[in-house]
Design a protein around this ligand. Structure first.
Ligand SMILES: [Ca+2]
Ligand SMILES: [Ca+2]
Length: 227
């Protein structure tokens, strides 16, 4: 917990001092005022269309970088939500704690909700209607975890990486061939540090691709139409 976020947490979320939630008022203009909450294992950035809105305030290199971000902004409909979400990996093997006794595949997962401040209505929650494209996948076989000298690209430690599709943040981008997000249980993701401090909409789901461990970097899109 950084001191800077503690006061905002207490004042705005009314949560326990031990929880990691940061509130950000984002200077912006538009017809609708939105309040949003995001929790990610381990890191996210969010753009509205091509414009970056917010980046996770805890660097992904921070060990156990779990934290929730709450933020308020103004925008216009339709709202094109574009997330980049990353599970931490030390390198292209996809592993973490390399060389230590707990060398392992880390796992991911994230949840987000967006609400119209004036009407109180939900605008969007993460669920299987979202589209998520995996752009980094590693290791291809779990046995890489057990390697005494894991080398990215070799044997079980093979990886797949692809570039971000050109123009994927655009409202008009066709994501019809992207997979739908997979919903994961709280037990599977085991969210902590900030997750419990947010009052989640009962319809909001923890999402990722189908594979919480192997898939490390995802692009996730959702369009909010005018209500
Ligand atoms: Ca992983
Ligand atoms: Ca992780």
């Amino acid at each position: 917990m950084r001191t800077g976020s503690l006061l905002a947490t207490l004042a705005l979320a009314g949560c326990d001092a031990g929880e990691d939630v940061r509130f950000t008022e984002i200077p912006s203009t538009g017809e609708v005022t939105v309040i949003a909450d995001v929790w990610a294992d381990n890191w996210f950035s969010l753009s509205l269309g091509n414009d970056e809105l917010i980046v996770d305030s805890v660097p992904i290199e921070t060990e156990r970088s779990f934290n929730a971000e709450s933020f308020r902004f103004k925008t216009d409909f339709p709202i094109q939500l574009n997330f980049v979400v990353k599970d931490f990996r030390e390198n292209d093997t996809g592993l973490e704690y390399i060389g230590a006794r707990n060398q392992q595949m880390g796992d991911g997962g994230f949840i987000a909700q967006f609400r119209d401040v004036d009407s109180g209505r939900s605008l969007a929650v993460t669920n299987a209607a979202w589209k998520c494209l995996v752009i980094h996948r590693a290791p291809m076989e779990k046995s890489c975890e057990d390697s005494s000298n894991p080398i990215a690209g070799e044997g079980a430690c093979a990886f797949e990486r692809r570039e971000e599709p050109t123009g994927w943040r655009g409202l008009a981008f066709d994501d019809a061939d992207w997979p739908n997000a997979a919903e994961h249980s709280i037990a599977a993701v085991d969210p902590k540090h900030g997750y419990d401090a947010v009052d989640w909409d009962s319809n909001a789901r923890l999402i990722w691709s189908a594979d919480l461990e192997r898939d490390n970097t995802l692009l996730c899109r959702f369009t909010v139409s005018r209500p």
